[in-house]
Design a protein around this ligand. Structure first.
Ligand SMILES: [Zn+2]
Length: 283
């Protein structure tokens, strides 16, 4: 499932090739992809121009002119594919929504499994939507101090805390597990019990891993492709995610998988000591 680095590589790929003509027609092949009324969605988009591409958390946001915001959640297999007027061959095999522009370009939302969604906002509802998400972990304002404040009141296991988009935006299971391994923190540790040293290590680890993954175009485990059809190259840099039984690159202990909160957690028992049992007070 695309996380922040994958959404960012989609955004960067689209920026380079975004067709900018006004929208002439919107073909919705699968209405279940649209949040809200499909006819209103098509009507509201007509005549607007694709202006800018933004990212918020794991979502790709197409800013339109006159001002409106099309939020695209890529789900598991969603892709945004720009097509030039002269393009032929290699048509997307599962077009869900096709935006036809006045200059002959098309922007195709392709999604074989259809877990993605498209949601159109006016500026006011976009602000409300965006404010429901937590801070962007790569923003300058996201400091270790800020992270400590956010963590302080939560009893949730830190891995679940990181996955909650209302706490921090854009982190999914791959990068949550990798950041916790780098910081030497067990995924089940209660968020509010991390020490300042651990919080700093997590802050450093999370930002470092997200930055490197962005630089490598994200992680492709199976389906992810950028708008040019390229896979992310970060998979080889993963240290624990999907590596059950294989040696931890830091200490050599076999990576362990534990399922909680309905998701697999991957951890190194050597580098990430388990939480203390409740009621146990060290002397
Ligand atoms: Zn280890």
């Amino acid at each position: 499932m695309p996380e922040l680095p994958e959404a960012e590589s989609v955004v960067r790929g689209l920026r380079a090739h975004l067709p900018r003509g006004g929208i002439e027609s919107v073909e919705v092949a699968h209405g279940d992809l649209i949040r809200g009324d499909v006819d209103a969605f098509r009507r509201e988009l007509m005549g607007r121009r694709l202006d800018r591409v933004l990212r918020r958390g794991k979502n790709v946001v197409l800013a339109l002119d006159p001002e409106a915001f099309l939020v695209v959640n890529l789900g598991m297999t969603g892709r945004l594919v720009p097509r030039r007027p002269s393009a032929h061959g290699d048509e997307p095999t599962h077009p869900g929504v096709i935006f036809r522009l006045q200059d002959g370009h098309r922007l195709v939302y392709h999604d074989p499994r259809r877990f993605g969604s498209l949601e159109l906002h006016d500026p006011a509802s976009f602000r409300v939507w965006s404010e429901r998400l937590g801070p962007e972990p790569l923003d300058r304002a996201f400091t270790a101090r800020r992270l400590a404040d956010l963590l302080s009141r939560s009893r949730a296991p830190i891995r679940s805390w990181l996955l909650d988009q209302r706490r921090v935006a854009g982190v999914g299971n791959i990068y949550a597990n990798e950041a916790l391994h780098r910081a030497g923190i067990h995924p089940r540790r209660p968020a509010g019990e991390l020490t300042m040293e651990e919080t700093k290590a997590l802050h450093r680890g999370l930002r470092a891993i997200l930055r490197s993954a962005v630089a490598e175009g994200g992680t492709t485990l199976r389906d992810f492709r950028d708008p040019a059809g390229k896979e992310g190259r970060f998979r080889d840099a993963l240290r624990v995610y999907g590596r059950e039984g294989r040696p931890c690159p830091r200490c050599g202990a076999p990576v362990r998988r534990e399922v909680f909160g309905g998701r697999s957690a991957f951890l190194c028992p050597g580098c990430q000591p388990p939480p203390r049992a409740p009621g146990f007070t060290p002397r």
